[in-house]
Design a protein around this ligand. Sequence first.
Ligand SMILES: [Zn+2]
Ligand SMILES: [Zn+2]
Length: 147
Amino acid sequence: MQGKCLCGEVEFVVSGTLPNLYQCHCSLCRKATGSAANAALIAPSGNFQWVCGQEHIASYVGNNGYRSDFCSKCGSPLPNPLKGRAEYWIPAGLLEDNANLQIAAHLHVGSKASWDVIASSGVQYREAPDLDSLLKVLRENADAQPS
Ligand SMILES: [Zn+2]
Ligand SMILES: [Zn+2]
C-alpha cells in the first residue's frame, strides 16, 4: 500500500495485512488536523518504509508529549514512529488505495466537538484504551481483508 502527502514529495509504503483504522476525536487531534478527528492506522515498524522525501519531514512535539509530524512543503500530517514502540502511526488519508479499510474504533468521544457526528461503525471509547488493547481491537477482522 502506497501513501503520499498532498504535494507528493513525501512517499512511503506499508506492506502486509493492514489493520483497521481508528479515529481520535480529542481536542489535540482536532487542532492537528483542523477537522473533527484524526483517522489513522498503526502498523509494525517492519512493515513501514519511506520511499522518498524524508528531508521534508518536520516535527512538532507539545509539552504534553503530543507529537505531530508534517510535510514542510504542504503541511500534510505524516507517519511517525510511536515512542518506545516498534510501530508506526500512519494517517489514513495519505493512503492511495483505501478500498478495504474500515474504522474499528473511535477514541475520546467524550470530548468530541459538538458538531462532530460519529459514524456508526466501530467501538466508541469515552477516552482511550491502553495501546495494546487498542491494537488488538484494530487487528480483529483485519485478517479477513484481501491484501
Ligand atoms: Zn508534501
Ligand atoms: Zn487525539
